[in-house]
Structures are given as structure tokens and as C-alpha cells.
Design a protein around this ligand. Structure first.
Ligand code: PBG
Length: 327
């Protein structure tokens, strides 16, 4: 090829599996994976979710089992989504000490202790009858500051139930500061916050809304979730959350926002998490079911890409399965 220089042949380092493994830049560890789990109040048997093959709404009992399996596989954590039997305008179940999320958190803690990081997703959309993430005004808007009070008391209830980490996902302005203050006042200064800082108004949450029964009954979430067109705004959101006391920040969804994950990871000095959301899961499962993609390879490729982009923690519905494969 070029005269005078040794030939550069990148393929030399790709010749065997061992060579490729030796030079792999990106490594996935089971402890970096977090399993999202749904637990539904008052059901007797786990309920399959049509749009998420293999994922269920758990009973309290089946959730304990799933948590044990995750811990045994070496998964890093679980994030708990409660689905209450009754909903109302204020989302009363969210901060009820006996509410489903709190019950599930204490069940999981009783089962796995500190072997998993038990994270509590904090939002009202699963608990409100209108399906919005907060208190809705007569005009139909989500009232930011009235919602913060609900988030603050919910965070305290979740910490009291034993959550190791609180993850507010509602995208209200000031939510991290309000929650931090409430946790500190209630004696939970040691409980960290993983802020869903850059959460986009995404089409990829569709299957989740079936799983968590939290689709908005009117309107959408575009007044609080971020516009997919914006990346600089994500950096602004992340900066605000860190100033308010976030210990980790999260980008969501993952695959359509790898550039945002990278920019955030290059900007902050805290761990960055990314959420491979329900629609990302469903796309691969559906394509694989049709024989259109190799399921296992597609799963590993997407997770590796999310890690490569700069996420050190990944929330994925495949966490237990992938953790087993990595061991
Ligand atoms: C609730 C919440 C959503 C998701 C996580 N927390 C949905 C939404 O904002 O509508 C989506 C997760 C997924 O799609 O897997 N605020």
C-alpha cells in the first residue's frame, strides 16, 4: 500500500474472539444494570403486559421472587413502579405509607436487604385518575409548585419504606431541590437522588403506559418533558438538578439520545444513567419475534452502545437475563 510506512491493517486485532475481547473498549458489568419492575395492588396472579413480552405486572409475592432472581444474577438494582388499585385526582396512593409502591419497596428490602440497590421511581402519573404527572389545574395544566409538595411527601414515604435511592421522573422544575429538602428534614440525608434530568417527550414510552396504567387521559406531557429537538437544554436541566443536589443524573430514552448521553457524560462529574425504555424493548422483541433481527445480538449491541456513549448505569427490562449471560 503506501510506500515507506508499515501497512496499517486494523483487521489484525480482530482475528480471533480472544483478540477482540482483549482490545474491547467497552465492558458491561451486571452491577451496572437496573431492572425496572411493576407491581400492581390487589392482583392474585402476575399479569402479562401485551406490548412487553416477558414483562409482567407483579403481585407482591412474584415481585419478591423477581428481586431474588435479579440479585442472584448479580444485577445492580431494581427500580420499583407501583400501580395502585384506585386512582384519584391528587394521586393519593403515591405518598400513602401503605400504598403499593411503599409496600413493594419494603417487601423487596425484606427479601434482598442491601444486595440490590432498591430505587423508587417517583411520579404521580400511575396514581392520578387523569394520568398526568402532577396536580392538574381547572385549566388542564400541570401545576408545578403544587406538584412539588406531593413529590416531597412521596419521597419521604418511599425512604421510610426502605428505598436506597429516590428517582424523580416527573420533570417538574425544582423537583430535586424540593425532594432533597424534604428528605433531609425527615432524617434521610443519606438517601441519594437519581434525577431523571433529561427526560424527553418520547413516543417510546407507549408500552410502559400500558404496564403502569399511566397514560394521560387528555393532552400530553410536552409542557414538562423535553423536546426531542434539544440537546443543549439537556445540559441546562442536568446543571440545575446537580445544583439542587442530584447525586446521579439520568437520560431517557437511551437509543435515540446517545448523543445526549455523551454530552452529559462529558459535562458532569457524577455517574450518568440511561433508561432503555419500554418502546426500545418492544421494538427489538417484536422484530425478533418476526425473525427480522437476532434478538440476543441486538440486545447486547444496544446495551454496549449505551455504555459506549457514556452511561455507567443502564435501566433495562432485560437486566436479569443479560446479567446471567455476562457471568
Ligand atoms: C413516569 C414514567 C414513564 C416512564 C418511566 N417513568 C412514562 C412517561 O413519562 O409517560 C417510561 C419508562 C418506559 O417507557 O420504559 N413518569
Amino acid at each position: 500500500m503506501s510506500a515507506g510506512f508499515p501497512e496499517v491493517r486494523p483487521r489484525r486485532l480482530r482475528g480471533t474472539r480472544a483478540l477482540r475481547a482483549m482490545v474491547a473498549e467497552t465492558v458491561l458489568r451486571p452491577a451496572q444494570l437496573v431492572l425496572p419492575v411493576f407491581v400492581k395492588e390487589g392482583i392474585v396472579d402476575p399479569r402479562p403486559i401485551g406490548s412487553m413480552p416477558g414483562v409482567v405486572q407483579h403481585t407482591r409475592e412474584s415481585l419478591r421472587k423477581a428481586a431474588t432472581e435479579a440479585a442472584e444474577a448479580g444485577v445492580g438494582g431494581v427500580i420499583v413502579f407501583g400501580v395502585p388499585a384506585e386512582k384519584d385526582w391528587a394521586g393519593s396512593g403515591a405518598d400513602d405509607p401503605d400504598g403499593i409502591s411503599q409496600a413493594a419497596i419494603s417487601d423487596v428490602r425484606a427479601e434482598v436487604g442491601d444486595d440490590l440497590v432498591v430505587m423508587a421511581d417517583l411520579c404521580l402519573c400511575e396514581y392520578t385518575d387523569h394520568g398526568h404527572c402532577g396536580i392538574v389545574t381547572d385549566a388542564g395544566d400541570v401545576d408545578n409548585d403544587a406538584t412539588l409538595e406531593r413529590y416531597a411527601s412521596t419521597a419521604v414515604a418511599q425512604a421510610q419504606a426502605g428505598a436506597h435511592m429516590i428517582a424523580p421522573s416527573g420533570m417538574m422544575d425544582g423537583q430535586v431541590g424540593a425532594i432533597r429538602k424534604a428528605l433531609d428534614r425527615a432524617g434521610f440525608a443519606a438517601v441519594p437522588i437519581c434525577a431523571y434530568s433529561a427526560k424527553y417527550a418520547s413516543a417510546f414510552y407507549g408500552p410502559f403506559r400500558e404496564a403502569a396504567e399511566g397514560a394521560p387521559k387528555f393532552g400530553d406531557r410536552a409542557t414538562h418533558q423535553q423536546d426531542p429537538a434539544n440537546a443543549i437544554e439537556a445540559i441546562k436541566e442536568v446543571g440545575l438538578d446537580l445544583a439542587e443536589g442530584a447525586d446521579m443524573v439520568l437520560v431517557k430514552p437511551a437509543l435515540s439520545y446517545l448523543d445526549v448521553i455523551r454530552r452529559v457524560a462529558d459535562t458532569v462529574r457524577v455517574p450518568v444513567a440511561a433508561y432503555q425504555v419500554s418502546g426500545e424493548f418492544a421494538m427489538i422483541e417484536a422484530a425478533a419475534a418476526n425473525g427480522w433481527v437476532d434478538r440476543d445480538k441486538a440486545i447486547m449491541e444496544t446495551l454496549t452502545a449505551i455504555r459506549r456513549a457514556g452511561a455507567s448505569v443502564i435501566l433495562t427490562y432485560w437486566a436479569t437475563e443479560v446479567a446471567r449471560r455476562l457471568r
